[in-house]
Ligand binder design. Structure first.
Ligand code: K7E
Ligand code: CUA
Length: 658
């Protein structure tokens, strides 16, 4: 994002938003009276909203409270997380499996909460991975990633992951054109030969499970962002795109040539019908589909082999291009579904298209040629109007319930509030600095909860205490309930905050899971009582079935392990109280600790390399005697004949009962 604007920022930044150190005090202190009161959440009180803010290159999704800006939790999604053992323990490793093998990192951009009737329903939050194209589904009961599906025939999975208004689909588009299928051809043959994919991923209405219903094979433009129609435009999906030039090098110049690029309008309901009639063809592909099972506490990864592809010529009347100046980034649809807003990064005006006019233009065949057989609608026939000179470098737009839109401007570093119908600017407020996305809870649904807005900024500079060359990323909270936007709070975020999704706290807090019931634990290696804990040797594998409860492990003395063994700690947390996880760490283990929730089982692998007596301990301060929660494994030489022996308090667990 930053580099796209590099050449423009140099010029404009100097005049618009690079504060001289001396003036920074006044710009920072520009808060009206009771901002502090408005964000203050007293000790023990709850915030009004959850905000789920993407971590960008951290690959994760972080959970904050609004208005306080307090960080509650980082949900590991596409990257390993040693804090939680995610991607390190045997149960969660399959979540990060892909057709390229195990990929321990991802670039997460756009969270979106599931909807019913166009209103947030608080069941799941979806988020895309840009680099190795994937979509994840996160449960809003457990705040854990429960599914990741890889997107085949895709690269730069950026115009993703947005859900339709009944969560029929979560949609994913390609930013980078690629040869499909992948093959060895010259990069200079890009034009006409490289293609893009728009993928419609079905969401099972009961359990949320994702499956790719169909993929549209599009010309090799760069599909940047997308949003579903809603209300009257439900059934359509809109994708912004740049690089209609089909440049393959120095895109900063070569993809900035055309005055207009496009918003692609896709009638997915119509495509559904075509698919039912047997249109489209199956293609051989390879993509991972990873699902977490909450009963066995284990993920499985399946390699899928086929995808249904429809070409635009298979689905006449279902796909159109709306000319939109100029290299649009954001593509946003207002709560009524009538207005489709294209934020042309390099355009002086913002473009608002009308859904009603678009339907009419299609009916009248008001075409201006085509691109690869996809009709281009006449600009005048679809355009509702333009917002002239609202600011510089528009990126993203969200909405309130009062007919207003809020657009971020990267270059002029501000949020501009404007009326969608009159196309009149109502208010503008500087942000610090260079804002990317913004978020109003429910702001991309039919029912925004429009008290607060957060702006997510790309540059922080002097807003916080310096921490070396890398300074924290930042969001800013605004009160948007009045005519004027009021800046209330700066708060740091984890990674780069691209998009976010917000929801009223009362929609989630009561259904938040507290413990996992031990009796429901179907993990094949769970042991549910201390008496059942045991150690078994199978060839050079040693399986330790261990329990943890305040404040000891069972067993806590283990002998008979040898150098060259592969040791599996299968550990079950027997606690059935809220907020009593235990941790597990083994000296020299080439993995992370385990943090195990009440009622859950997790498995750590350790390959001891040296003879000795090696300690392990609980990593989570769980009780007054947490420091006593420790144990030892004796490791003998490779050929030694030390027998397997395991005890707790010098007794074999469970032996007395026999
Ligand atoms: Cu940061 Cu949505 Cu990936 Cu715009 S994107 S800023
Ligand atoms: Cu268990 Cu500390």
């Amino acid at each position: 994002m930053k580099s796209i604007f590099a050449f423009l920022t140099v010029a404009v930044f100097l005049v618009s938003c690079n504060p001289a150190p001396t003036s920074s005090k006044s710009s920072k202190g520009a808060l009206t009276s009771n901002a502090a009161e408005k964000v203050y959440v007293a000790p023990g009180e709850y915030d009004d909203y959850y905000a789920f803010i993407s971590g960008g290159f951290s690959g994760q999704l972080a959970v904050y409270g609004l208005p306080s800006g307090r960080l509650f939790r980082v949900i590991p999604v596409f990257s390993q997380d040693p804090e939680k053992g995610y991607g390190y323990n045997e149960e969660t490793k399959p979540m990060l499996n892909t057709s390229h093998g195990f990929v321990p990192w991802g670039d997460s951009h756009h969270p979106d909460i599931s909807q019913t009737d166009g209103v947030l329903d608080g069941r799941w939050v979806f988020i895309n991975e840009n680099n190795t194209p994937r979509i994840a589904r996160i449960s809003l009961e457990t705040f854990e990633t429960v599914e990741i599906i890889e997107i085949p025939n895709s690269a730069g999975n950026h115009s993703s992951s947005f859900v339709t208004e009944n969560s029929e689909y979560v949609v994913a588009g390609t930013r980078f054109g690629i040869p499909i299928p992948q093959r060895d051809i010259s990069i200079s043959d890009y034009k006409g030969n490289f293609k893009a994919s728009l993928s419609f991923i079905k969401i099972d209405p009961e359990d949320g499970e994702m499956s790719i219903a169909f993929q549209i094979r599009m010309p090799g433009f760069d599909y940047d962002l997308s949003h579903p129609g809603r209300g009257k435009s439900h059934g359509w999906f809109f994708f912004s795109m740049y690089n209609s030039e089909e440049a393959h090098s120095l895109l900063e110049v070569n993809a900035s040539q055309n005055d207009k690029d496009f918003i692609a309008a896709v009638n997915w309901k119509k495509i559904e019908e075509y698919v039912k009639q047997g249109k489209g063809h199956k293609e051989k592909v390879k993509y991972a589909h990873n699902i977490w099972d909450d009963d066995t506490h284990t993920a499985t990864s399946t390699m899928e082999k086929e995808v249904l592809v429809v070409n635009p010529e298979d689905v006449p009347g279902a796909i159109y291009f709306l000319p939109t100046p100029k290299s649009p980034h954001g593509c946003d649809v207002d709560p009524t579904g009538e207005y489709i807003i294209g934020n042309g990064k390099l355009a002086a005006a913002m473009t608002v298209h009308s859904f009603t006019k678009m339907l009419k233009a299609i009916e009248d065949k008001a075409f201006d040629g085509d691109k690869y057989g996809i009709p281009i609608l006449k600009f005048e026939a679809v355009n509702y109007g333009t917002l002239v000179q609202p600011g510089l470098g528009p990126l993203h737009t969200e909405f309130d319930t009062r007919g207003n839109a809020y657009t971020t401007f990267f270059i002029s570093s501000e949020v501009v509030k404007w009326n969608v119908k009159d196309l009149k600017v109502i208010d503008r407020h500087p942000v610090y600095y260079s804002v990317g996305h913004l978020m109003i809870p429910g702001g991309n649904s039919r029912k925004p909860f429009d008290k607060y807005m957060i702006a997510m900024n790309k540059i922080t500079k002097d807003r916080y205490l310096p921490t070396g060359p890398e300074v924290c990323q930042s969001a800013q909270l605004f009160d948007i309930s009045g005519d004027k936007m009021e800046l209330l709070l700066d708060f740091p975020t984890i990674g780069e905050p691209h998009y976010a999704a917000g929801i009223p706290a009362e929609m989630l807090m009561d259904k938040s899971k507290k413990i996992y019931k031990l009796e429901d634990n179907k993990h094949p290696d769970a042991v549910k009582t201390e008496a059942d804990s045991k150690v078994i040797r199978k060839g050079n594998e040693v399986h330790i079935y261990m329990t943890m409860i305040r404040s000891h492990f069972s067993p806590d003395n283990i002998e008979g392990v040898k150098v060259g063994d592969k040791v599996f700690f299968h550990i079950t947390n027997l606690e059935q109280d809220y907020d009593v996880p235990h941790g597990f760490a083994m000296i020299g283990a080439n993995t992370s600790e385990e943090l195990i929730m009440p009622g859950r089982t997790a498995t750590m692998v350790w390959e001891p390399k040296e003879v000795g007596v090696w300690p392990f301990y609980c990593t989570d301060f769980c009780s007054a005697l947490h420091q006593e929660m420790q144990g030892y494994v004796r490791v003998s030489a490779k050929g030694a004949n030390t027998p397997i022996k395991y005890t707790l308090d010098d007794e074999v667990p469970g032996e007395e009962e026999e």
